[in-house]
Every structure is written in C-alpha cells, then in structure tokens.
Ligand binder design. Structure first.
Ligand code: SF4
Length: 187
C-alpha cells in the first residue's frame, strides 16, 4: 500500500518535470531553474540568498551558482549585494522571471486540480505537507515553513513582528516562506 502512494508521488513528479522540460525548451530552462524562480517568488527578505536557496533545493552551492548564472544571463533574476552586509548576495526575480513563472505548472494539471473540491484540495495539501515535514525532519533539512506559522511570529495590536529579528512584518511577509522558520507557532 505504501509503495502505491510512493509510486503516485513519483509519477506526478515525473509528469510535471516532463511538461516543464517541454515548456522550457524555447528558453532552455531545466526543472531546477523553475524551482529556483518559484522559490524566489515565495521566500521572504531573510531567505533570498544563494545559501538559503541551496538549502531549500537540497543542492550544493556550486550547482546552485551554475543555475543562477544561467538565470541571470537570461534576464530572469537579478543578483545584488546586500545593503547592510556587502558579503551577502541577494537574489530577485525580474519582471521577465515573473512572466516565465506563469508556466510553472502545466495548464492540464492546473485544470485537474481546479476540478477537485476545496475539501479535497485542503486534505491533499495537509497530507503532502505532513509527508514532507516528516521526511525533512528525518534528514535534518530545514522546513522552510510559512512565516505566520512560525514560533517567532508575533501579532500585536493588528501588527506583525518577527521575534527573532525584532523587525516588523507586513501582511504579505506573513504569507512567505523563511529560511529561519521554526515550527510550533500558533498561527
Ligand atoms: S517569524 Fe519566523 S518565519 Fe517569520 S521572519 Fe521571523 S524567523 Fe522567519
């Protein structure tokens, strides 16, 4: 029974990667390039570094640097030095990068997901998230959870704060994923 679930996961992953390969052919993009663009569209301001990205993808910094060079050459991302710490590089999606991201998931798959009921979507997300968390924990990987569910997330007088950095967070920040996320929050 467990093998069947694992097989389903693998088949879905393979199908998505295959579709992406076809879509990205004109731009010579690989599935990893799409995953980088997706990460940069979802991560917060503490997490848009090559180090955090490598950790999210489970790749070496060398492999990530190579992909970042390709994406930079294609005008899909920008690499800038951090304003406060000039040793740190920050990664940003360009407008072209955002446009390419529109094709992240094949339309056929989007339509199939849209045909599920909201309850089915919620249940599916919960099961897959739980599976991912367990696997990440077993490999001691960082969870990269959504900020509002972090134990450092604080909401006071209608405003959001990060108890780790001491900085104010916008409502949009609260929805992004973070390199420093730690579970156990109440959000
Ligand atoms: S509250 Fe947690 S997830 Fe949000 S910015 Fe702070 S450390 Fe990151």
């Amino acid at each position: 029974m467990q093998e069947r679930l694992l097989d389903l996961l693998e088949r879905l992953g393979t199908a998505i990667n295959e579709e992406r390969r076809k879509q990205g052919r004109s731009l010579s993009l690989h599935p990893t390039h799409y995953r980088i663009l997706f990460y940069l569209s979802q991560c917060n301001r503490y997490s848009n570094t090559p180090q955090a990205l490598a950790s999210y993808l489970g790749l070496t910094k060398g492999a990530v640097s190579q992909s970042l060079r390709v994406l930079q050459e294609k005008g899909l991302i920008l690499v800038r030095l951090d304003d406060r710490d000039r040793r740190v590089h920050r990664l940003y999606l360009t407008q072209k990068g955002h446009q390419v991201l529109q094709g992240l998931y094949p339309d056929t798959l989007r339509r199939a997901v849209a045909s599920l009921s909201p309850e089915q979507v919620r249940a599916g997300e919960e099961i897959l998230r739980s599976l991912l968390r367990r696997w990440q924990a077993s490999r001691a990987y960082r969870p990269f959870g959504v900020c509002k569910h972090c134990r450092f997330f604080l909401k006071k007088d209608g405003k959001c704060y990060c108890n780790l950095t001491g900085e104010t967070l916008s409502p949009k920040d609260a929805e992004l994923i973070c390199y420093h996320f730690q579970g156990g929050g109440s959000g």
